[in-house]
Design a protein around this ligand. Structure first.
Ligand code: SF4
Length: 359
Protein backbone atom coordinates (compact mmCIF):
# COMPACT_ATOMS: atom_id res chain seq x y z
CA UNK A 1 0.00 0.00 0.00
CA UNK A 2 1.22 3.50 -0.83
CA UNK A 3 2.52 5.30 2.27
CA UNK A 4 1.09 8.77 2.86
CA UNK A 5 2.76 10.62 5.70
CA UNK A 6 1.29 13.52 7.68
CA UNK A 7 2.12 15.59 10.77
CA UNK A 8 0.45 18.23 12.99
CA UNK A 9 0.32 21.93 12.13
CA UNK A 10 2.82 24.40 13.52
CA UNK A 11 2.38 27.66 11.64
CA UNK A 12 4.39 28.01 8.44
CA UNK A 13 6.85 25.35 9.57
CA UNK A 14 4.93 22.86 7.45
CA UNK A 15 7.23 24.04 4.63
CA UNK A 16 10.57 22.67 5.99
CA UNK A 17 8.84 19.67 7.60
CA UNK A 18 7.16 18.72 4.31
CA UNK A 19 10.34 19.13 2.28
CA UNK A 20 12.40 17.19 4.80
CA UNK A 21 9.93 14.30 4.75
CA UNK A 22 9.75 14.26 0.95
CA UNK A 23 13.53 14.11 0.63
CA UNK A 24 14.11 11.49 3.32
CA UNK A 25 11.07 9.20 3.39
CA UNK A 26 10.37 9.17 -0.38
CA UNK A 27 6.69 8.83 0.58
CA UNK A 28 3.82 11.01 -0.46
CA UNK A 29 3.56 13.80 2.12
CA UNK A 30 0.20 15.22 3.15
CA UNK A 31 0.33 18.71 4.62
CA UNK A 32 -2.39 18.88 7.31
CA UNK A 33 -5.41 21.05 6.58
CA UNK A 34 -5.18 24.47 8.21
CA UNK A 35 -6.49 24.20 11.75
CA UNK A 36 -10.03 25.51 12.09
CA UNK A 37 -12.92 25.46 14.53
CA UNK A 38 -13.77 22.03 13.11
CA UNK A 39 -10.23 20.74 13.86
CA UNK A 40 -10.58 21.88 17.45
CA UNK A 41 -14.05 20.33 17.77
CA UNK A 42 -12.73 17.00 16.48
CA UNK A 43 -9.75 17.03 18.83
CA UNK A 44 -11.85 18.14 21.76
CA UNK A 45 -14.39 15.37 21.21
CA UNK A 46 -11.82 12.63 21.69
CA UNK A 47 -9.43 14.25 24.19
CA UNK A 48 -9.46 14.06 27.99
CA UNK A 49 -11.13 17.21 29.36
CA UNK A 50 -8.17 18.41 31.41
CA UNK A 51 -5.60 18.20 28.63
CA UNK A 52 -4.16 21.40 27.13
CA UNK A 53 -5.14 22.89 23.77
CA UNK A 54 -2.08 21.79 21.70
CA UNK A 55 -3.09 18.19 22.39
CA UNK A 56 -6.60 18.84 21.09
CA UNK A 57 -5.54 20.76 17.99
CA UNK A 58 -2.88 18.22 16.99
CA UNK A 59 -5.23 15.29 17.60
CA UNK A 60 -7.78 17.07 15.39
CA UNK A 61 -5.07 17.49 12.70
CA UNK A 62 -4.34 13.75 12.83
CA UNK A 63 -8.00 12.78 12.52
CA UNK A 64 -8.47 15.09 9.52
CA UNK A 65 -5.33 13.72 7.82
CA UNK A 66 -6.29 10.08 8.48
CA UNK A 67 -9.78 10.74 7.10
CA UNK A 68 -8.15 12.24 4.00
CA UNK A 69 -5.98 9.17 3.35
CA UNK A 70 -2.82 9.54 5.43
CA UNK A 71 -1.52 6.26 6.88
CA UNK A 72 1.74 7.34 8.55
CA UNK A 73 1.75 9.97 11.31
CA UNK A 74 4.69 11.83 12.84
CA UNK A 75 4.44 13.42 16.27
CA UNK A 76 7.16 15.28 18.19
CA UNK A 77 7.18 16.71 21.70
CA UNK A 78 9.21 17.56 24.75
CA UNK A 79 9.79 20.39 27.20
CA UNK A 80 6.58 19.90 29.20
CA UNK A 81 3.56 17.55 29.21
CA UNK A 82 3.79 17.64 25.42
CA UNK A 83 6.62 15.12 25.73
CA UNK A 84 4.04 12.48 26.74
CA UNK A 85 1.23 13.34 24.36
CA UNK A 86 2.39 11.22 21.43
CA UNK A 87 1.68 7.92 23.22
CA UNK A 88 -1.74 9.04 24.44
CA UNK A 89 -2.77 10.31 21.01
CA UNK A 90 -1.68 7.06 19.38
CA UNK A 91 -3.82 5.09 21.82
CA UNK A 92 -6.86 7.32 21.23
CA UNK A 93 -6.54 7.02 17.44
CA UNK A 94 -6.11 3.23 17.54
CA UNK A 95 -9.14 2.94 19.86
CA UNK A 96 -11.09 4.94 17.27
CA UNK A 97 -10.25 2.20 14.77
CA UNK A 98 -7.68 4.00 12.59
CA UNK A 99 -4.89 1.90 11.06
CA UNK A 100 -1.58 3.72 10.63
CA UNK A 101 2.15 3.62 11.23
CA UNK A 102 3.31 5.99 13.93
CA UNK A 103 6.64 7.76 14.17
CA UNK A 104 6.90 9.02 17.71
CA UNK A 105 9.91 11.33 18.04
CA UNK A 106 9.80 11.50 21.81
CA UNK A 107 11.81 9.40 24.18
CA UNK A 108 11.25 9.63 27.94
CA UNK A 109 9.52 12.99 27.50
CA UNK A 110 12.24 14.52 25.28
CA UNK A 111 12.90 14.77 21.55
CA UNK A 112 14.92 11.90 20.05
CA UNK A 113 16.65 12.41 16.72
CA UNK A 114 17.74 8.79 16.69
CA UNK A 115 14.12 7.61 16.89
CA UNK A 116 13.33 9.99 14.06
CA UNK A 117 16.06 8.49 11.88
CA UNK A 118 14.95 4.95 12.68
CA UNK A 119 11.30 5.78 11.94
CA UNK A 120 12.07 7.34 8.55
CA UNK A 121 14.51 4.55 7.64
CA UNK A 122 11.69 2.05 8.09
CA UNK A 123 9.81 3.90 5.34
CA UNK A 124 12.87 4.31 3.13
CA UNK A 125 15.47 1.57 3.78
CA UNK A 126 17.89 3.23 1.33
CA UNK A 127 18.22 6.25 3.60
CA UNK A 128 21.57 6.52 5.37
CA UNK A 129 22.61 8.72 8.29
CA UNK A 130 24.55 11.12 6.02
CA UNK A 131 21.57 11.86 3.79
CA UNK A 132 19.32 12.15 6.83
CA UNK A 133 21.75 14.61 8.49
CA UNK A 134 22.14 16.63 5.29
CA UNK A 135 18.40 17.11 4.79
CA UNK A 136 18.00 17.86 8.47
CA UNK A 137 20.61 20.58 8.15
CA UNK A 138 18.80 22.05 5.14
CA UNK A 139 15.54 22.00 7.11
CA UNK A 140 17.19 23.82 10.03
CA UNK A 141 18.65 26.43 7.65
CA UNK A 142 15.17 26.83 6.12
CA UNK A 143 13.71 27.39 9.61
CA UNK A 144 16.40 29.95 10.48
CA UNK A 145 15.75 31.98 7.31
CA UNK A 146 11.97 31.80 7.79
CA UNK A 147 12.32 33.06 11.35
CA UNK A 148 14.74 35.82 10.35
CA UNK A 149 12.38 37.00 7.62
CA UNK A 150 9.42 36.95 10.01
CA UNK A 151 11.37 38.93 12.61
CA UNK A 152 12.38 41.51 10.02
CA UNK A 153 8.76 41.91 8.94
CA UNK A 154 7.47 42.25 12.50
CA UNK A 155 10.11 44.87 13.29
CA UNK A 156 9.61 46.96 10.17
CA UNK A 157 5.87 46.67 9.60
CA UNK A 158 5.28 50.31 10.53
CA UNK A 159 7.52 51.34 7.61
CA UNK A 160 5.48 49.32 5.08
CA UNK A 161 4.95 51.37 1.91
CA UNK A 162 1.74 49.73 0.75
CA UNK A 163 -0.50 47.67 2.99
CA UNK A 164 0.03 43.91 2.84
CA UNK A 165 3.13 43.99 0.63
CA UNK A 166 5.40 42.38 3.27
CA UNK A 167 3.06 39.42 3.67
CA UNK A 168 2.99 38.97 -0.09
CA UNK A 169 6.79 38.90 -0.14
CA UNK A 170 6.81 36.34 2.64
CA UNK A 171 4.25 34.15 0.86
CA UNK A 172 6.37 34.30 -2.29
CA UNK A 173 9.41 33.22 -0.26
CA UNK A 174 7.54 30.24 1.20
CA UNK A 175 6.22 29.23 -2.22
CA UNK A 176 9.64 29.43 -3.84
CA UNK A 177 11.33 27.39 -1.12
CA UNK A 178 9.83 24.16 -2.51
CA UNK A 179 11.66 24.44 -5.81
CA UNK A 180 14.90 25.73 -4.34
CA UNK A 181 15.66 23.31 -1.60
CA UNK A 182 19.37 23.65 -0.95
CA UNK A 183 21.28 25.76 1.55
CA UNK A 184 22.72 28.00 -1.15
CA UNK A 185 19.36 28.61 -2.83
CA UNK A 186 17.58 29.21 0.47
CA UNK A 187 20.13 31.86 1.34
CA UNK A 188 19.65 33.51 -2.05
CA UNK A 189 15.86 33.48 -1.67
CA UNK A 190 16.10 34.97 1.80
CA UNK A 191 18.39 37.77 0.61
CA UNK A 192 16.08 38.51 -2.32
CA UNK A 193 13.11 38.75 0.03
CA UNK A 194 14.91 41.11 2.40
CA UNK A 195 15.93 43.30 -0.53
CA UNK A 196 12.33 43.37 -1.76
CA UNK A 197 11.16 44.40 1.70
CA UNK A 198 13.82 47.12 1.88
CA UNK A 199 12.62 48.42 -1.48
CA UNK A 200 9.15 48.71 0.00
CA UNK A 201 10.07 50.67 3.13
CA UNK A 202 8.89 54.23 3.69
CA UNK A 203 11.41 56.81 4.80
CA UNK A 204 9.59 57.42 8.04
CA UNK A 205 7.56 55.06 10.17
CA UNK A 206 3.86 55.37 10.99
CA UNK A 207 3.30 56.52 14.55
CA UNK A 208 1.98 53.13 15.60
CA UNK A 209 2.35 51.08 18.73
CA UNK A 210 5.01 48.57 19.76
CA UNK A 211 3.56 45.45 21.29
CA UNK A 212 5.37 42.36 22.58
CA UNK A 213 3.84 38.91 22.42
CA UNK A 214 4.89 36.34 25.01
CA UNK A 215 3.41 33.13 26.32
CA UNK A 216 3.00 29.49 25.48
CA UNK A 217 4.96 28.32 22.48
CA UNK A 218 2.19 26.56 20.55
CA UNK A 219 -0.15 29.57 20.87
CA UNK A 220 2.66 31.82 19.65
CA UNK A 221 3.72 29.72 16.65
CA UNK A 222 0.48 28.04 15.53
CA UNK A 223 -1.43 31.23 14.95
CA UNK A 224 -4.78 29.61 14.24
CA UNK A 225 -4.82 28.36 17.85
CA UNK A 226 -4.59 31.98 19.07
CA UNK A 227 -7.07 33.54 16.65
CA UNK A 228 -4.32 34.97 14.41
CA UNK A 229 -3.71 37.82 16.84
CA UNK A 230 -0.21 38.44 15.49
CA UNK A 231 -1.52 38.87 11.92
CA UNK A 232 -4.23 41.18 13.25
CA UNK A 233 -1.64 43.44 14.92
CA UNK A 234 0.56 43.43 11.82
CA UNK A 235 -2.42 44.30 9.63
CA UNK A 236 -2.73 47.46 11.73
CA UNK A 237 0.97 48.17 11.10
CA UNK A 238 1.74 47.68 14.79
CA UNK A 239 5.36 46.69 15.44
CA UNK A 240 5.35 43.28 17.08
CA UNK A 241 8.15 41.59 18.99
CA UNK A 242 7.95 37.85 19.50
CA UNK A 243 10.99 35.94 20.67
CA UNK A 244 9.58 32.42 20.60
CA UNK A 245 10.11 30.61 17.32
CA UNK A 246 11.66 27.31 16.24
CA UNK A 247 15.14 28.80 15.92
CA UNK A 248 14.93 29.82 19.54
CA UNK A 249 13.47 26.51 20.73
CA UNK A 250 15.83 24.28 18.76
CA UNK A 251 19.04 26.29 18.95
CA UNK A 252 19.41 29.52 20.89
CA UNK A 253 17.29 29.08 24.02
CA UNK A 254 19.53 26.48 25.63
CA UNK A 255 22.50 28.88 25.54
CA UNK A 256 20.52 31.76 27.03
CA UNK A 257 18.71 30.13 29.94
CA UNK A 258 21.26 31.31 32.51
CA UNK A 259 20.81 34.88 31.32
CA UNK A 260 17.01 34.60 31.41
CA UNK A 261 17.11 33.12 34.90
CA UNK A 262 19.40 35.84 36.18
CA UNK A 263 17.17 38.58 34.80
CA UNK A 264 13.95 37.06 36.14
CA UNK A 265 15.36 36.01 39.54
CA UNK A 266 14.13 39.14 41.24
CA UNK A 267 10.58 37.99 40.53
CA UNK A 268 11.00 34.20 40.39
CA UNK A 269 13.74 32.51 42.36
CA UNK A 270 13.45 29.16 40.58
CA UNK A 271 13.35 28.21 36.91
CA UNK A 272 9.80 27.86 35.59
CA UNK A 273 8.88 25.14 33.12
CA UNK A 274 8.57 25.40 29.31
CA UNK A 275 9.02 29.06 28.27
CA UNK A 276 7.86 30.81 31.42
CA UNK A 277 11.34 31.99 32.57
CA UNK A 278 12.32 33.39 29.13
CA UNK A 279 8.91 35.08 28.92
CA UNK A 280 9.48 36.91 32.22
CA UNK A 281 12.96 37.96 31.12
CA UNK A 282 11.73 39.14 27.68
CA UNK A 283 8.90 41.12 29.27
CA UNK A 284 11.42 42.97 31.46
CA UNK A 285 13.53 43.72 28.37
CA UNK A 286 10.54 45.07 26.45
CA UNK A 287 9.46 47.21 29.40
CA UNK A 288 12.99 48.65 29.55
CA UNK A 289 12.81 49.37 25.82
CA UNK A 290 9.56 51.32 26.35
CA UNK A 291 7.23 49.00 24.49
CA UNK A 292 3.64 50.23 24.69
CA UNK A 293 2.25 46.93 25.93
CA UNK A 294 2.56 43.17 26.06
CA UNK A 295 0.11 40.39 25.26
CA UNK A 296 0.55 37.14 27.15
CA UNK A 297 -1.20 34.13 25.60
CA UNK A 298 -1.69 30.65 26.93
CA UNK A 299 -4.00 27.70 26.57
CA UNK A 300 -6.16 26.81 29.53
CA UNK A 301 -4.47 24.39 31.96
CA UNK A 302 -0.94 25.18 30.75
CA UNK A 303 0.86 24.90 34.08
CA UNK A 304 4.16 26.62 33.14
CA UNK A 305 2.38 29.73 31.88
CA UNK A 306 -0.14 29.73 34.74
CA UNK A 307 2.91 30.12 37.00
CA UNK A 308 4.17 33.01 34.88
CA UNK A 309 0.96 35.05 35.15
CA UNK A 310 1.28 36.40 38.75
CA UNK A 311 4.97 37.09 38.12
CA UNK A 312 4.17 39.05 34.96
CA UNK A 313 1.53 41.01 36.89
CA UNK A 314 4.32 42.12 39.22
CA UNK A 315 6.52 43.01 36.23
CA UNK A 316 3.61 45.04 34.84
CA UNK A 317 3.24 46.98 38.10
CA UNK A 318 6.91 47.56 38.74
CA UNK A 319 7.82 48.57 35.18
CA UNK A 320 4.52 50.33 34.48
CA UNK A 321 3.77 48.39 31.31
CA UNK A 322 0.25 47.18 30.50
CA UNK A 323 -0.05 43.42 29.96
CA UNK A 324 -3.12 41.75 28.50
CA UNK A 325 -3.56 38.14 29.61
CA UNK A 326 -5.42 35.86 27.24
CA UNK A 327 -6.34 32.24 27.91
CA UNK A 328 -7.67 30.02 25.15
CA UNK A 329 -9.79 26.95 25.67
CA UNK A 330 -11.86 24.71 23.45
CA UNK A 331 -14.69 27.23 23.25
CA UNK A 332 -14.13 28.98 19.94
CA UNK A 333 -14.68 32.66 20.75
CA UNK A 334 -13.10 34.75 18.00
CA UNK A 335 -15.47 37.71 18.45
CA UNK A 336 -14.72 37.99 22.17
CA UNK A 337 -10.95 37.83 21.58
CA UNK A 338 -11.06 40.42 18.76
CA UNK A 339 -13.00 42.80 21.00
CA UNK A 340 -10.46 42.46 23.79
CA UNK A 341 -7.55 43.02 21.43
CA UNK A 342 -9.16 46.09 19.89
CA UNK A 343 -9.95 47.53 23.33
CA UNK A 344 -6.35 46.89 24.41
CA UNK A 345 -4.99 48.65 21.32
CA UNK A 346 -7.31 51.65 21.92
CA UNK A 347 -6.22 51.84 25.54
CA UNK A 348 -2.52 51.71 24.59
CA UNK A 349 -3.05 54.37 21.94
CA UNK A 350 -4.74 56.74 24.43
CA UNK A 351 -2.08 56.03 27.03
CA UNK A 352 0.66 56.80 24.52
CA UNK A 353 -0.97 60.09 23.50
CA UNK A 354 -1.42 61.11 27.16
CA UNK A 355 2.22 60.34 27.89
CA UNK A 356 3.32 62.42 24.86
CA UNK A 357 1.05 65.33 25.91
CA UNK A 358 2.38 65.21 29.45
CA UNK A 359 5.86 65.55 27.96
S1 SF4 B 1 3.54 24.53 27.26
FE1 SF4 B 1 1.57 24.33 28.29
S2 SF4 B 1 -0.02 24.30 26.71
FE2 SF4 B 1 1.96 23.97 25.73
S3 SF4 B 1 2.05 21.81 25.55
FE3 SF4 B 1 3.12 22.38 27.46
S4 SF4 B 1 1.59 22.27 29.08
FE4 SF4 B 1 0.51 22.21 27.10
Amino acid sequence: MKKVISFPNLGDYYVPIKNFLIKTSKCEVMVPLKSTKHTLELGNKYSPDFVCLPFKYTLGNFIESLDNGANVLVQAGGGCRYGYYAEVQEKILRDLGYKFDYINLTNKGGFSLFKFYKGIKKLNPKLNIFKFSYWLLVAVVNIIYMDKLDKYIRKNISYEKSKGIFMKIKEKFLKNVDNNYSIFKLRKLYKQSITEIKNNLKNSKDETLKIGIVGELFSLMEHSSSYNIEEFLLSKNIEVRRYTDLTCLLITKRFQMKKFHKKSRKFAKYLQGADATPNISHSIDMANEHFDGIIHMKPMSCSPEINAVPILQKVSEEYDIPILFLTFDSQYAKGAIDTRIEAFIDMLQMRKENLINEG
